[in-house]
Design a protein around this ligand. Structure first.
Ligand SMILES: [Zn+2]
Ligand SMILES: [Zn+2]
Length: 260
């Protein structure tokens, strides 16, 4: 069994064959998936998909690239969506200075509201960070000092520095298909230093398809390719790696239930 800890099943790429996507995932052993919310306007649709399929869970949150459009949402609005049994995480949130589609200050304010929601609900926060290592590390550290919360750095592409900072705070690190790319040696080197009990796998589908599907549409079934490379990097079997990353997922996202 494998878990795709982060995908976007509501995106238009899946509109025509979502049933097929889910059944291919199950055939590949990916029986649990978390479909991630990126703006409040899509939450009902995201939750609808989670309600429709066994083993599909969802999050609630606003992506940093979308946090500048309207007023920064309040933690309370996020919290109000978390009572549903299929809502297991807060995010994705964080800082993206690469695209910088939203003002940095608005991104930070939004990130802080998500942290408040995570702390209050005890649901893990799903952090997206790109070209914003110092600020991400600082915010997580400062906020942790105010009161504990749990979470994951998703689609990890950061440095050893941020990995260490996140691990010190008890965070998990989720790896996408990027680790299968030839060019990702520095990420694979960093992963070698991350304890096995802190690692998750994800697709971030429809983006970032792993080798051998690179450049095509990604889907949750392809979690298996990332798992194989992660196992290789860690010097364990793919079965062992799947078992460990699955256990890690359910330890962190403890509102989710393994599928029968
Ligand atoms: Zn992301
Ligand atoms: Zn995402």
């Amino acid at each position: 069994m494998l878990v795709d800890s982060h995908c976007h099943l509501n995106f238009p790429d899946f509109k025509d064959d979502l049933e097929g996507v889910i059944s291919r995932a199950r055939e590949a052993g990916v029986t649990v998936m978390q479909t991630i919310c990126t703006e409040m306007a899509e939450f009902d649709e995201v939750l609808g998909i989670a309600e429709r399929f066994d083993g599909v869970y969802c999050s609630v949150g606003v992506h940093p690239n979308d946090s500048g459009g309207q007023e920064v949402l309040e933690a309370q609005e996020l919290i109000s969506k978390t009572s549903h049994k299929k809502v297991i995480g807060i995010g994705e949130t964080g800082l993206d200075y690469y695209y910088e589609k939203s003002d940095r200050n608005l991104q930070k304010q939004s990130f802080l509201q998500h942290i408040i929601a995570s702390r209050e609900t005890n649901l893990p926060i799903i952090v997206h960070t790109r070209d914003a290592e110092e600020d991400t590390a600082q915010i997580l550290k400062d906020e942790m000092a105010k009161g504990a919360f749990r979470g994951v750095l998703h689609c990890f592409t950061s440095s050893q520095y941020l990995a260490e900072k996140a691990l010190e705070l008890g965070f998990y690190i989720s790896l996408s298909g990027i680790i299968t790319f030839k060019t990702a040696q520095s990420i694979r080197d960093t992963i070698k230093t991350v304890p096995l009990d802190r690692l998750l796998v994800e697709t971030d589908a429809p983006y970032l398809a792993p080798v051998p599907h690179r450049g095509k549409r990604n889907e949750p079934a392809f979690t298996k390719y990332t798992n194989v490379i992660l196992a290789e990097v860690k010097g364990i079997s793919a079965e062992e790696c799947a078992r460990i990353t699955t256990e890690n997922f359910f330890r962190l996202f403890d509102k989710a239930q393994p599928c029968a």
